[in-house]
Design a protein around this ligand. Structure first.
Ligand SMILES: [Zn+2]
Length: 41
């Protein structure tokens, strides 16, 4: 199986894709608890 190289830099938080927050389906956003909103690992 081939693994694709991710376009995102490795130092970005994998949970929020470096955004620092999650987009909620119902609207609004929630700060990522894994990176405390910094978007970094
Ligand atoms: Zn995060």
């Amino acid at each position: 199986m081939t693994f694709f190289k991710k376009a995102l830099p490795a130092n970005k938080c994998p949970y929020c894709a470096g955004q620092g927050y999650f987009q909620l389906r119902l609207g609004g956003s929630e700060t990522c608890s894994h990176c405390s909103g910094s978007g970094k690992k």
